[in-house]
Design a protein around this ligand. Structure first.
Ligand SMILES: O=C(O)CCC(=O)C(=O)O
Length: 280
């Protein structure tokens, strides 16, 4: 008999760690073939664009739906996003980027920040974020490629970084040498930073940025390719996929539920109802 594959750690364990640390790393989510396809897409967009020096592409679900949609609809990542934000998960933006290599004197240069839709944490209690980032790289990160740096727990700390320190490593940082195909899932309040690429090669990165369906989204979801994805999802009653692109038909009812059960109890019920409703 085939054994059930168990996730280690479980999503529950990850959720507890995420609440404490502000991030969690899912290992080996994307295989070599997917990474090759993302890299090929980056170069196709760059070669076909008006500006051959463009290194940053937003709206990539519209520009390359076949290649990029699997990164947005990954069931493991979406299940976790729904655990963290409830079944209100929309794609804010899907960005595919290459960072060209810079000169060696920039080694270890940082750019600390919290992410879009965040706020200065006013309390040390955990609060559910309005947005989360699922970050992946197309090569293993080394000191040369520029690792990801995080300040664990900073999503619950009313702290900042003075302007003159924002380009330097931080005493409380943890340096993450993320592997190609891993997904680093971050709370928008987590203070984090990439590191300048001095490898002599391109540092490829993509970010699937999700926010709550009642917020505006940064990518334009009105294009023909994304609208085709929405209408196919509608025909199979797949609310989770529709919602990713701003079409949330349950929003009004769920946003006015009375709030007499805990959010997490309601979220689990709603997410299960969405899954059960999909046809076929
Ligand atoms: O370049 C990186 O490694 C980090 C990117 C980042 O900070 C972000 O997506 O918010």
């Amino acid at each position: 008999m085939e054994q059930m594959k168990t996730q280690h750690p479980t999503l529950e364990e990850r959720y507890a760690a995420f609440k404490r640390d502000g991030y969690t790393v899912f290992e080996s989510v994307y295989d070599d073939e997917m990474l090759r396809s993302f890299k090929e897409t980056f170069h196709r967009l760059q070669d076909n664009g008006i500006d051959r020096q463009q290194w940053w592409f937003a709206n990539t679900c519209e520009l390359a739906p076949k290649q990029m949609l699997p990164a947005v609809t990954n069931p493991l990542i979406l299940d976790f996003a729904e655990k963290v934000m409830g079944p209100f998960v929309q794609l804010d933006n899907l960005t595919l980027a290459g960072f060209p290599s810079v000169s060696l004197e920039n080694r270890n240069k940082t750019g600390w920040h919290r992410d879009r839709w965040a706020n200065w944490p006013l309390t040390e209690d955990y609060t559910s974020p309005l947005s989360v980032n699922a970050i992946s790289y197309l090569q293993d990160l080394t000191d040369e490629y520029g690792p990801l740096r995080v300040i664990p727990g900073s999503h619950r700390m009313p702290v900042g970084i003075p302007a003159e320190e924002r380009g330097k490593p931080h005493p409380d940082e943890l340096v993450l040498y993320v592997k190609a195909g891993d997904v680093v899932f971050t709370h928008n309040g987590l203070i984090h930073s990439g590191t300048q690429n001095t490898s002599g090669k391109i540092r490829y990165f993509y970010s699937v940025y999700y926010n709550k369906t009642w917020l505006k989204h940064t990518d334009n979801h009105g294009g023909p390719n994304v609208q085709r994805i929405v209408s196919e999802a509608r025909s199979r009653n797949d609310h989770r996929t529709m919602r990713l692109f701003g079409a949330d038909e349950q929003l009004q009812a769920r946003a006015n539920s009375g709030f007499l059960d805990t959010d997490e109890e309601m979220w689990v019920k709603w997410a299960a109802a969405d899954k059960a409703a999909v046809k076929g």
